[in-house]
Structure formats: C-alpha cells, structure tokens
Write a protein that binds this ligand. Sequence first.
Ligand code: GLN
Length: 376
Amino acid sequence: MPQLLARALASRESVFARMSRLAAQYGAVNLGQGFPADAPPAFLLEAARRAVGTVDQYSAPAGLPALRDAVGTDLGVDGADVVITCGATEALNVLALSLYGPGDEVLMLEPVFDVYLPQARLAGADAVTVPMTLDPVAGWSLDLDALSAAVTPRTRALLLNSPYNPTGTVFSAGELARIVEIARQHDLWIVSDEVYDELYFGDAPVPLRTLAPERTFTVGSAGKRLEATGWRVGWIACPPGLSSMLAGIRQQGSFCSPAPLQAAVAAALPVARESGFYAGLREEYAERMALLAGGLRDAGATVFTPRGTYFLTALHPTWHAETLVEHAGVAVIPGEAFYARHAAPTGLLRVAFCKSRDEIARALERLTAARNVNVP
Ligand code: GLN
C-alpha cells in the first residue's frame, strides 16, 4: 500500500476541536473553543434568508463585488484590494502560500494561534517565534528588541495578531510604529490578523495597514464580527494591486466562499456599523468578562484582564485543562496548546467569555467546587 506523506501523518486534531469534542463527551460547559453562545444578529440572518434562492452560484474567487466593496468601505480601503476567503483560516493559508516558501522564515510571537505554525510548515517555510513576556502583576508584554533581533536575512514576513488571541493584548500605536520600522528596515511583509478588530475594551486598536499600507495584509472575519463562525466568510485587505494574485491562489482551494452568505454579510456590514451593533457587543462582553474574571479570581486563579478578543488568560496552580474537562465539567484551552518552541508559563489556561451568562455562572460553580476537591 502507498503511504500518506509525513505531513499528513503528523497532522493532529486542533486543540479547539478536541476540547469541544471532550466537552460534548463529558457534558462539560464549553469555555474552550471561541464561538459565541448568542445567535447572530437578526439583520444578518434575514439577509441570508433573502440571499438563499437568489445568489446561489459561484462568485468570482476574489468574492462578490458587493462584499468586496462593503469590506473596503468598512476598512477604508479600495474594494478592488479585498479578497474574500472561507474564514480567516483560509485567508491566513492563502497568505502563507503567497508570501513565503522553502528557505524563508516567518516571524511570529508565542503564545501562537494554532494554525500559524502548521500553515508556514505546509508552505515550506520555517516559523521563528519570539515569546511574549508574562509578568504575574503587569501581565503580557512584547519585547520589541527580541523581535528585531530575531530577524535574519531569510525573514520574509512578520505575522502579528492584535487584538491578540490568546493573550488579549492590543498593541499600542507606539509598538506598531516600531514593528513597521523593523518591517521597513528589512523589507518584510506584514500579515496582520485583526479578526477581533471590533472586540476591544479600551482604546480602539490601530489597524497596521494605516501605518504601512504598502506591505500590510489585513485578515478579517465576518464570523468573529457578526457572531457566525460557521459561515466561513473572511477577508484579506491587500496592499494595492495584489488582490488578483491572491485570488488566483485561493481559487485552487475552495474557489469561492458560500455565495449567499457573502451576499448576506455584504448587506449586514453597513448595518452593523451604523446601528451600533459592535458597541453593544463590546458592552455585553465586557460584563461577561468581568463576571468570569471575578469568579476565577475567587477560585484562586491569577487573571490577566484582556484589552481585546473574547478570551482571557489565567494562571492556576492546580487546574489542568485535560482533567478539568473530565472531572470538573468545564472545558478550557490549555496554555501549552499555544506554545511550540518555548515553554508555556506553568498553569496557563485560556478561557472564553463569548458564552452565555448562564454557562459562565455554571462553569464558575463547577470550578469553585473543583478548587475544593483538588482535581487530580
Ligand atoms: N479562533 C477560535 C479560537 O481560538 C477557534 C478557531 C477554530 O477552531 N478554527 O478558539
């Protein structure tokens, strides 16, 4: 019998899929994988109902013109520079295949979102990671000198995420300016994963493309913004003139994103902006975050308050994600899942608060009990 290639044999179920599977198996409250408990907004669902039966055939690989324009208007870029993808995951993969290959290095941070490393590897490139620093009092910070020192003659791109999953960091304008300086000095591409661009709790994040439009690819997600992660509608805002080449790469994969869902997102993006939907989401999530953070602190965890995303990170001396899901009935993501090259801080967990208040309250009851039973 022929053999599968080593890269297929080495592929593993993602930690998010795994924790959701275990949560279902053990009847656990799922504060692991980042998908919202709430239904998507009615204006999105109604637009989708109108589109099914009307917009049912392929779109161009770059996406429906109406959606490219809606994303362009929303981000303040030309719709011609936007490529629609099947979620941010495909967007990141298209960028990996387009920007770096054998012999190249791509620089990213650790903790690292789980698709960045495998996608670089599948593209034939080497991922180089720079660890974020975690101070028990001050929280997470980026060592810009370490980032600069990690650039080599082989580095082709910087892959960044702000608001940052899992740390909740939002990089400041000053940090971003320094990152741009490094990219310009070494002539690097910047891939800026901004899928949580509307989920912030302090100052709005500065989009990297506004500082370095000539070299920044912005990755975005309708699933994250509009609470419909299963729809698989994401986008890349490209530096001018590059979108047709990226669309050429994406057509070899999924060809195009589901056309009626693209049409629905095109109709929904201006409504979401004008109706204050994102501000409402931020207010609601800020309250759920406070509820979760307070409960976790009461149960003995050190909690790092996020500035963005719908995740928080916490340290707990005795909790382990693998045993919590089975013995405490709560699924969270183990910190080690975000580390490949460096050691994860001991006791690090990522906990999602895009869940209902009821789920959060139930999870906290169970975790408080787990604190007393000393989970094995
Ligand atoms: N972004 C989500 C998270 O971090 C999950 C992504 C996925 O499962 N593909 O939980």
